[in-house]
Structure formats: structure tokens, C-alpha cells
Design a protein. Structure first.
Length: 101
């Protein structure tokens, strides 16, 4: 029973910051490729590497930055994928098959 609640809390903790991306879905926003943003080519995004057009991600940076205070390519890919999912369709982290290191 505790594992179930832990799973629910974890899912909410990850999904909550992504909820802000839902507002982007209705307008066809095109996201830059991760490689274009990763200016120093270290495989992670710092806050300074995020463009102003990613306002939600910048505003909630600490909620996305799981890897040493920076955003991994997997996290960025999930953010972009969620922002482009039609209303009413949810993909959980378990279903996506991706995990941060």
C-alpha cells in the first residue's frame, strides 16, 4: 500500500511541472532540438542555455533539473512530447520507458 502511494506521489511530482506545458499544446509551438540548446555540448541544459521562449521550463527550472541541477536530454524530450500531446492523452513515465540517469 505504501508503494502505491509513493508511486502516486512520484507521478504527481513529475507531472505537476509538466502541466504548465499543457497551455502550449493548443498553439503549435516548435521546440528547438536539444543539441541546439546545449551550447557547451555537455549533454545537459543549464538555465542559461534555455531560451526565453521556454518560459514555463525556465520558471520551473528546479522541478525539471534532476541531474546535478541541470536538465537531461530525456527530461527535455518528455517536456516537448507532453507539450505536443493532444488534450486528454497522458503518457506516464512508466509508459514512456525513459528514465534519467
Amino acid at each position: 500500500m505504501q508503494n502505491r502511494w509513493l508511486g502516486i506521489l512520484l507521478a504527481l511530482a513529475v507531472a505537476w511541472p509538466l502541466a504548465g506545458a499543457a497551455a502550449i499544446r493548443d498553439g503549435a509551438q516548435h521546440f528547438p532540438r536539444f543539441e541546439q540548446l546545449d551550447a557547451n555540448h555537455d549533454g545537459l541544459l543549464s538555465r542559461s542555455e534555455l531560451p526565453n521562449s521556454l518560459q514555463d521550463m525556465r520558471a520551473h527550472f528546479s522541478q525539471y533539473a534532476y541531474v546535478g541541477g541541470r536538465i537531461s536530454q530525456d527530461t527535455y524530450a518528455r517536456y516537448v512530447a507532453y507539450a505536443n500531446v493532444p488534450d486528454g492523452v497522458w503518457v506516464t513515465l512508466a509508459e514512456s520507458g525513459t528514465r534519467d540517469p
